[in-house]
Design a protein around this ligand. Structure first.
Ligand code: NAD
Length: 352
């Protein structure tokens, strides 16, 4: 018998196609009269068009969300929000836009409606990572958990297939690490397996047929569950490595997750035989890490960290930094095997 404790994060979720039409009724439910919309510069036209459907009720779009939530941008957005007297926040975009929405919700306590357009999963977590002076710090607070989420398949149809694939791999990493989290529990593990199986089938279909709406819907559903995993239990080696290496060398988020995941799973495998056995069943393979590596190839992941900007000769420094912050992992952090892990991830070798 497994003893466990489980805490569900409250979330109002609408899922489907064309669900963006429910934005006004969701804002009514949240008691928001005059929302400020948020977007990144490339998605600004799309978000302006959605905001326009609300007429004078919208106070406009702040369209300068940036990756890794720089505090300088959040402070500018906060000033803008106050000057417009907005009483709610609507984030339409990926993790970068949602991060800005969370930073504003944290500072104002205003209701936050999220419409995710990638598979990164931030909308389901009470986690906010903010960057100041080149350092990214993470906090967890119920104030950061979005009030309401609208998943609309139409809005992920525009994700270029490779970006969809990489973002989906980023999502799978949340579910894989949830299976061996310190506070793992059967409810979250059930969601994790459902998510991993669904995404592993959907992502190759998106690459093969970018217009396959059902595959996009499946991936969005899987991503929702993966985000729930990330928001419910603690992460371990994989996420810590991505955070450390990504921060040290300013590496692209989804690509870094995609490259490191099979190697982190291989590192932990000796300590988690039951998880590996369950993953074999979920993925229909003898070797889950190798299958995740191949899935990365299918979505055209970079060969290795060397291809996304990690400089040669920095592996020892990276290992030292990864070992300097103590955190829980199913297998103890050992210098030599960790060095091998990063060497393989850097060069693009398969997991071994
Ligand atoms: P992103 O939000 O940075 O988006 C990447 C690019 O894709 C942007 O230019 C964006 O405008 C564009 N884009 C997004 N959706 C699109 C669509 N449907 N069609 C066309 N273009 C689209 O990328 P991301 O991977 O979603 O988010 C990464 C950030 O989120 C990182 O900073 C990461 O740390 C953070 N994150 C946070 C959490 C959390 O729980 N706090 C979870 C996951 C990711």
């Amino acid at each position: 018998m497994q003893s466990f404790s489980y805490r569900a994060n409250p979330a109002q979720v609408v899922f489907g196609q064309g669900t963006i039409a429910q934005i006004e009724s969701q804002l009514d439910t949240l008691g928001v009269s005059h929302p400020l919309f948020l977007s990144t510069p490339p998605q600004a036209d799309q978000v302006r068009a959605i905001a326009a459907t609300l007429g004078a009720r919208s106070v406009g779009v702040f369209e300068d969300a940036r990756v890794h939530t720089p505090i300088e941008v959040s402070e500018r957005a906060l000033k803008h929000l106050k000057s417009k007297k907005a009483d709610g926040i609507v984030s339409i975009g990926g993790g970068s836009t949602i991060g800005l929405g969370k930073a504003l919700a944290f500072r104002t306590n205003l209701p936050h409606l999220v419409v995710p357009t990638t598979f990164a999963g931030s909308e389901m977590t009470p986690i906010l990572g903010e960057t100041a002076d080149g350092t990214k710090r993470t906090l967890s607070s119920d104030k950061v958990l979005p009030s309401s989420v609208i998943y609309d398949v139409d809005l992920v149809l525009t994700l270029p297939p490779r970006m969809a694939g990489l973002s989906g791999m980023n999502a799978i990493a949340h579910a894989v690490e949830a299976l061996y989290a310190k506070d793992a529990n059967p409810i979250i593990s059930m969601l994790a397996h459902e998510a991993i199986g669904t995404l592993a089938k959907a992502l190759p279909k998106i690459i093969e047929m970018p217009d396959d709406t059902q595959a996009r819907a499946d991936a969005l559903y899987g991503a929702w569950l993966c985000g729930t995993c990330l928001g419910s239990v603690g992460m371990a080696l994989h996420h810590k490595l991505c955070h450390t290496i990504g921060g040290m060398f300013d590496l692209p988020h989804a690509e870094t997750h995609c490259v490191i995941l099979p190697h982190a799973l291989t590192y932990n495998a000796p300590a988690i035989p039951d998880v590996i056995a369950d993953l074999r069943a979920t993925l229909g393979t003898d070797d889950p890490a190798r299958t995740l590596f191949e899935l990365g190839k299918t979505v055209d992941a970079p060969d290795g960290l060397k291809d996304v900007g990690m400089p040669e000769g920095k592996i020892d420094e990276t290992v030292e930094k990864a070992m300097s912050n103590a955190y829980w992992n199913p297998r103890a952090l050992e210098k030599e095997p960790l060095t091998k892990l990063i060497e393989r991830a850097w060069s693009g070798a398969p997991p071994s």
